[in-house]
Design a protein around this ligand. Structure first.
Ligand SMILES: Cc1cc2nc3c(=O)[nH]c(=O)nc-3n(C[C@H](O)[C@H](O)[C@H](O)COP(=O)(O)OP(=O)(O)OC[C@H]3O[C@@H](n4cnc5c(N)ncnc54)[C@H](O)[C@@H]3O)c2cc1C
Length: 477
C-alpha cells in the first residue's frame, strides 16, 4: 500500500464504528489531543478516530528532509498552500495547508511560552498553564540548546544584555537535539504534529482517514452525535461519535460550526494575528570566531512592550541543512521578525461567504480584518525597537517592512475561550457553550494572544482539553 508509514483506516470501516472521540484535523491542536488521549488511555478499548481533509504530503516536518533548504521549503509551502488573500484582501497574507500534519509541516518550531501577565483575562489559572506548558515542552522537545556554542548567537546576546535588554534569550525551539547513539536513529530533528501521532501510535491504535473532509457537525438535543464527512470521491459518510474535537484551524473550525448551524455569538469573531514587521540588516563576519553557528535570539514582550523581536540568520541558514555548503562571506545577513500584539475585537471576523462554495458545497470563508489604533501604535514601536536593537548589536541599519495582515500564520481567536457565552464560543475547557461533547482544540480558542508565537500554547491547551475529556469519560464509567 502507498504511504503506509502511518496506517490509514478505510472510511467504510470508520462509518461502522461508534467513536468515543473523533478528532477533526491533524495540525498542532489535533496532534496534541490525539497524543494525550492515547498516552493516558493506552489500549483501554476506547475508540479514537481522526479525520484529515488533506493527504499524506510529507512524512515529517519539511526541514527534516535532507534535500530541503530554506528556499525549496518556502517554495513547497507556497505551492501546496491555499491562499486566502485572493478573496480576502483585508487578510491578504493568510494561507492554509490541507495535509496530514497541517501547518506544522512547514513551521519554524519557535516555541516560546506566553508571558503569564498576558494570560490575566484567560479562564485558566497561571499554575495550570505552567504545568501544561511543562508537558507540551517535554513532548515537543523544546529547549534553548539549538544555538548553544554558536559565536554569532552568544556574542549578539551578550551585546544585548550589556545594553540593558536583559530579557533577551536564546530562542526556545522544538527540536530533538539528542545524539544518535546506542543504535537509535535521529531522523526527525524538528518537531511537527506528525511526531504527536508517532508518539500516540506507541501507546495504542487509532483509526485515521485522510483525504476526507468534515463538512457538518451533527448535534441532537444539545449533544454531539457525529460528523458528516465527504471522501475525495465525493461520497458522503456519517461518522458516529460521543465526543468530537474540532482542530481544523482558525478558519476551518468556525466555518464548520457556522455551516452546521451551530449558534454562538462569538463563533467566527475576535479574529487575531500578530502584526508582522520584517527587517534585514548586515554585520561583518570578522567579528565572530569559529564556530559561527546559527543565530536565534528572542526578545520577549514585557508589561510595557507589547511585542517580541526575534533575530535569525545568518543568510537564511536557520535550519540545520546537513548537506548545504555555506560559503564564506564577509557580510552576514541578519533577519529581524517583530510580532506585535493585536487586540481581540468583535468586528474582526470569519464568516461564510454567501457567494462562493468549495467543491463539497460548503461556503468559503470571508474575512473582515483591520488593525485598531492601539495595534498600529504597537507596529510603529516595533519599527523603532528593531533600529535600537540593531544599533545595540552593531548591525548596519536594517531595511524594515510591514508584512500584510495574516502573513505570520498566528491567526487565532475565532472560537475564543471564556465563561460568558455572549463573548466566547467555548468554555474554559474548550467545550462549545451549550453543546455536550463538542470541543475545539486549535489556534482558534485563544481569548488573547500576547506577542509570543502561538503553537506551544495551542498544544498546551489541547492537552488540557484532552485531560478534561478523559475526566468526563471516567466520571461516566
Ligand atoms: C511557514 C510557517 C512557519 C511557522 N512558524 C511557526 C513557529 O516558528 N512557531 C509557532 O508557534 N508557529 C509557527 N507557525 C504557525 C503554526 O504552524 C500554527 O500555529 C499551527 O500549525 C496551528 O495549528 P492548528 O491545529 O490550529 O491548525 P493547522 O496546523 O492549520 O491544522 C489544521 C488541520 O485541519 C485540517 N482540516 C481543516 N479543515 C478540515 C476539515 N473540514 N475536515 C478535516 N480536516 C480539516 C487541515 O488539513 C490541517 O491538517 C508557522 C506556520 C507556517 C506556515
Amino acid at each position: 500500500m502507498r504511504n503506509n508509514w502511518i496506517p490509514p483506516t478505510p472510511l467504510e470501516q470508520m462509518a461502522n464504528t461508534e467513536y468515543d472521540v473523533l478528532i477533526i484535523g491533524t495540525g498542532a491542536g489535533g496532534g496534541a489531543v490525539t497524543w494525550r488521549l492515547c498516552e493516558q488511555w493506552g489500549e483501554n478499548g476506547k475508540k479514537i478516530g481522526v479525520v484529515e481533509s488533506g493527504d499524506f504530503l510529507l512524512p515529517t516536518q519539511a526541514a527534516n528532509i535532507p534535500t530541503m533548504n530554506s528556499e525549496r521549503m518556502g517554495k513547497l509551502h507556497e505551492y501546496v498552500s491555499k491562499p486566502l488573500g485572493k478573496f480576502n484582501p483585508e487578510f491578504q497574507g493568510a494561507k492554509q495547508v490541507f495535509a496530514f500534519g497541517g501547518r506544522t509541516l512547514f513551521w519554524n518550531a519557535i516555541s516560546p511560552r506566553m508571558n503569564l501577565f498576558e494570560l490575566v483575562d484567560w479562564p485558566v489559572t497561571f499554575q495550570e498553564m505552567e504545568s501544561y506548558y511543562d508537558i507540551a515542552e517535554r513532548v515537543m522537545n523544546v529547549s534553548k540548546k539549538y544555538t548553544e556554542g554558536s559565536s554569532l548567537t552568544e556574542i549578539l546576546l551578550n551585546r544585548l544584555q550589556q545594553s540593558g535588554v536583559t530579557e533577551a534569550t536564546a530562542t526556545p525551539i522544538a527540536a530533538d537535539l539528542g545524539p544518535a547513539i546506542y543504535g537509535q536513529e535521529g531522523s526527525d530533528v524538528f518537531f511537527g504534529a506528525i511526531n504527536f501521532f508517532a508518539k500516540a501510535l506507541n501507546h495504542r491504535q487509532i483509526d485515521l482517514t485522510v483525504k476526507t473532509r468534515a463538512v457538518k457537525v451533527l448535534v441532537e438535543n444539545g449533544e454531539v452525535v457525529g460528523v458528516k464527512v465527504i471522501s475525495s470521491e465525493k461520497k458522503p459518510y456519517i461518522l458516529k461519535a460521543k465526543t468530537v474535537v474540532l482542530s481544523a484551524s482558525t478558519f476551518e473550525t468556525p466555518r464548520l460550526l457556522l455551516h452546521s448551524g451551530i449558534q454562538g455569538q462569538a463563533i467566527g469573531h475576535y479574529l487575531m494575528n500578530h502584526s508582522f514587521v520584517l527587517a534585514n540588516g548586515t554585520i561583518s563576519r570578522e567579528e565572530f570566531p569559529e564556530p559561527l553557528g546559527t543565530l536565534s535570539i528572542l526578545i520577549p514582550s514585557t508589561r510595557e512592550r507589547h511585542y517580541q523581536i526575534q533575530l535569525r540568520g545568518p543568510n537564511g541558514y536557520f535550519w540545520y541543512q546537513p548537506y548545504q555548503v555555506k560559503p564564506f562571506v564577509h557580510e552576514l545577513e541578519i533577519t529581524f521578525f517583530g510580532s506585535g500584539e493585536v487586540e481581540p475585537r468583535f468586528e474582526n471576523k470569519v464568516t461564510l461567504d454567501p457567494n462562493r462554495k468549495d467543491e463539497f458545497g460548503v461556503p468559503e470563508v470571508q474575512i473582515d480584518f483591520s488593525f485598531s489604533e492601539k495595534d498600529l501604535s504597537i507596529i510603529r514601536e516595533i519599527a523603532g525597537a528593531i533600529e535600537q536593537v540593531s544599533s545595540f548589536c552593531g548591525i548596519n541599519k536594517p531595511s524594515i517592512c510591514l508584512m500584510p495582515p495574516g502573513d505570520q500564520n498566528h491567526d487565532s481567536g475565532t472560537c475564543r475561550m471564556g465563561d460568558d457565552p455572549s463573548t466566547s464560543a467555548v468554555n474554559r475547557y474548550g467545550q462549545l457553550h451549550g453543546i455536550k461533547g463538542l470541543f475545539v482544540a486549535d489556534n482558534s480558542v485563544f481569548p488573547s494572544i500576547g506577542a509570543a508565537n502561538l503553537t506551544l500554547s495551542t498544544a498546551a491547551l489541547a492537552i488540557r482539553t484532552a485531560d478534561y475529556i478523559i475526566r468526563q469519560e471516567s466520571a461516566l464509567t
